[in-house]
Design a protein around this ligand. Structure first.
Ligand code: 3PG
Ligand code: MG
Length: 400
């Protein structure tokens, strides 16, 4: 790809105070980090800085404390997970982000090669306001800035945007890997490209669908949102989740796809149940004969076959959203079957596969293939905005 941003090797890190924007917004339950994937991906960049005797000063938000100091959202609680993942002692630097002089002193006193976690950047309202004054205070703590937080790059916040303009700035290794993987997914993909989009609602993914139909050769629509498309085509969907008021939108997207030569692939059969409950009785229906009292909760075997055939014809697959109610058995079957098929084609070197979004990562993990795709993004909102074709402020700010 044409790399238009600075990379880590282009920055002089030796002995420098490196402000490393990370996404430490990890799931925590009972004071313990329950999924450390985002931290794991930081490790190579941290090692590289430590190797050069730089001080790693981690900047991140955590949760949504709404600009107020709130111990419940303190980043102190993730320090031990960062230490565990990096195999390096980690210090915590408290600050209210109003007066950073004590933080400055703590950073100065820390020996070369230290790893420090700064308090939650969202404890100050200037973070979400992309306030330059706050960004200047942050900049006073470091010599260079490295952004490794693709998953926060859709936010134009002080630590992701304004700060990048105040110091020599580069993408960290994880950010670089992510941008390169995304480029191979939709930027300059090997064609044909098939996108798989699932999830509950069309309303949350209109921009994404509109963008995809102009870029991909096939668009598989699954999950609750497929019901809206089926309804828009005149099929009865019984008591299924369906945004009937979006039938026109669905028809507009299908028209646009048609003009752009993008094949829309909708379910042809469906697993129907009468209760939204695990292991409730099910029956298979063609989409032209859905029981008026039933709910579509997964795609059926003929749909799986058709989607897998489309994947066989593709060289690139981009995936966001499960195609059924995968959290409940047996409604995980469609998502699991497709995930395994994508993983196998990827393993056989026949497919480049890029997936992302919260539920998607969960679904791939459930199918046991989270590590078997070409790239799985841990980003939620940022991955969606990338799929929508929108510029991401945190990435734009790194451009040369
Ligand atoms: C995420 O978890 O999606 C990112 O950390 C961004 O968090 P936000 O949605 O609170 O900005
Ligand atoms: Mg989010």
């Amino acid at each position: 790809m044409s790399i238009s941003f600075k990379t880590l090797d282009e920055l002089d890190l030796t002995g420098k105070r490196v402000l490393l924007r990370a996404d430490l917004n990890v799931p925590v339950a009972d004071g313990k980090v329950t999924d450390a994937t985002r931290i794991e991906r930081l490790v190579p960049t941290i090692r590289e800085i430590v190797k050069k005797d730089g001080k790693v000063i981690l900047l991140s938000h955590f949760g949504r404390p709404k600009g107020q100091v709130n111990p419940e959202f303190s980043l102190e609680q993730v320090c031990s997970a960062v230490a565990q993942q990096t195999g390096h002692p980690v210090g915590f630097v408290a600050t209210d982000w109003i007066d950073v002089s004590a933080a400055q002193a703590a950073i100065d006193e820390a020996p070369a090669g230290s790893v420090l976690v700064m308090e939650n950047t969202r404890f100050h309202p200037g973070e979400e306001a992309n306030d330059v004054e706050l960004a200047r205070r942050m900049a006073s703590l470091g010599d260079v800035y490295v952004n490794n937080a693709f998953s926060a790059a859709h936010r134009a916040h002080a630590s992701t945007e304004a700060l990048a303009h105040l110091l020599p700035a580069a993408a960290g290794l994880a950010m670089q890997a992510e941008l390169e993987a995304l480029e191979s997914g939709l930027g300059k993909p090997k064609k044909p490209v098939v996108a798989i989009v699932g999830g509950a609602k069309v309303s949350s993914k209109i921009d994404l669908l509109e963008n995809l139909v102009t870029k991909v050769d096939g668009l598989v629509i699954g999950g609750g949102m497929a019901n809206t498309f089926l309804f828009a085509q005149g099929y009865g969907v019984g008591k299924s989740l369906c945004e009937k008021d979006l039938a026109d939108t669905a028809r507009r997207i299908m028209d646009k796809a048609d003009k752009a030569n993008c094949a829309i692939i909708l379910p042809i059969d469906a697993v129907v149940s009468w209760h939204l409950k695990a292991n409730s009785p099910t029956r298979l229906y063609g989409v032209d004969a859905i029981d008026p009292d039933g709910m579509i909760l997964d795609i059926g075997p003929s749909s799986i076959e058709r989607i897998n055939a489309a994947i066989d014809d593709a060289h690139t697959v981009v995936w966001n959203g499960p195609v059924g109610a995968f959290e409940m058995q047996p409604f995980d079957a469609g998502t699991v079957a497709i995930a395994k098929h994508v993983a196998k084609r990827t393993h056989d070197d026949l497919l480049v596969s890029v997936a992302g979004g919260g539920d998607t990562v969960g679904a791939l993990a459930h199918a046991g293939v989270k590590d078997k795709l070409s790239y799985v993004s841990t980003a939620g909102g940022a991955f969606l905005e990338w799929m929508e074709g929108k510029p991401l402020p945190g990435v734009e700010a790194l451009k040369k």
